[in-house]
Unconditional design. Structure first.
Length: 317
């Protein structure tokens, strides 16, 4: 099962000790579903494996052994290593024109477990998603986890009436927390990770987490929240990002990441990541577009923001 072994590829061995990474093998299945549609040749679905295997507290740990098919360690994160798996569950269901009930149920169950065990509210009233390490919570949220406001909003559109407003509110609260991580920095750009402990809220407390590498997740959530609520604040927040990018990240040849968001004389890292063009600028563009430009009724975005068509017919190649 190629996708299950993806964690064994090129450079991840040192990171995962030979385990497969949830975000890697979970991510591929949206593309595989699209290939199945086009070719009429169904591919082996990693989701069946994940649906079967027992999950601690209903959560999906980030590492799975491709040898035993069991979880290797109980580290759960909605950010790096886990992120795209969750969004692909709800997006698989949408891409199937809401026929793929297995994907929808797995998403609903996963979100319920996330809300029960990982969603917390700070003393200052900010809602965030903590990380879970073998039973202990780490009150930290990564920039990568900030896509989840958009994901929850997208799922809320299709939740039962009694749950819909609850999820819209949860999505708005998480997106607001991610916005706070931007506004509390001197550059108005968010750090790689921010914490909620020892009186700190929505700020990086470690030097190694203060950088910004042009990541898209926060503006991704602004775009979804705008499309689904049309609250003008999301466009205002997006414009704040545009201005900050222009002021602190623009360099002669393009845009660069910065090493510390808490100084207004930042050092550039001299790298323009590929996702800056593929995602950050695309989501900003869509935030200010009319809703019918890549309408969410007709397209789902993969984790790199490439649009895949919703299968409105039973088209087969």
């Amino acid at each position: 099962l190629l996708s299950l072994r993806s964690g064994m590829s090129w450079s991840w061995g040192w990171a995962s000790a030979g385990s497969s990474i949830l975000a890697e093998f979970g991510t591929l299945h949206l593309e595989f579903l699209h290939l199945s549609e086009l070719s009429g040749n169904p591919v082996m679905n990693i989701r069946k494996v994940l649906n079967r295997v027992e999950k601690p507290q209903g959560l999906y740990p980030n590492f799975l052994s491709p040898v035993t098919g069991n979880w290797v360690q109980h580290h759960v994160s909605i950010g790096g290593l886990g992120d795209s798996f969750y969004e692909y569950l709800i997006k698989s269901w949408l891409m199937s024109d809401k026929k793929d009930s297995e994907a929808k149920k797995m998403y609903d169950d996963a979100l319920e477990a996330i809300e029960k065990h990982l969603v917390k509210k700070s003393a200052g009233g900010l809602t965030y998603i903590a990380e879970w390490r073998g039973g202990a919570l780490e009150h930290k949220m990564g920039h990568l986890a900030c896509f989840s406001g958009g994901m929850i909003a997208l799922g809320a559109e299709h939740a039962g009436e009694e749950k819909k407003q609850h999820y819209v509110d949860l999505a708005a609260e998480i997106t607001n927390t991610c916005h706070e991580s931007y506004t509390r920095s001197d550059t108005k750009l968010g750090p790689e990770a921010f914490r909620f402990d020892a009186g700190t809220e929505a700020m990086a407390t470690r030097l190694s987490e203060r950088y910004y590498i042009l990541r898209p997740e926060v503006v991704e959530s602004y775009m979804y929240m705008w499309r689904l609520t049309h609250d003008p604040k999301y466009r205002e927040w997006g414009w704040e990002v545009v201005q900050a990018l222009e002021k602190y990240c623009r360099v002669e040849a393009g845009f660069s990441g910065i090493r510390d968001v808490y100084t207004t004389t930042p050092t550039h890292d001299n790298m323009q990541q590929s996702f800056f063009l593929a995602e950050t600028l695309k989501y900003l563009y869509l935030l200010f577009c009319e809703d019918d430009v890549l309408s969410l009724d007709d397209w789902v975005f993969n984790t790199e923001a490439h649009p895949l068509p919703i299968n409105h017919t039973d088209f087969r190649a």
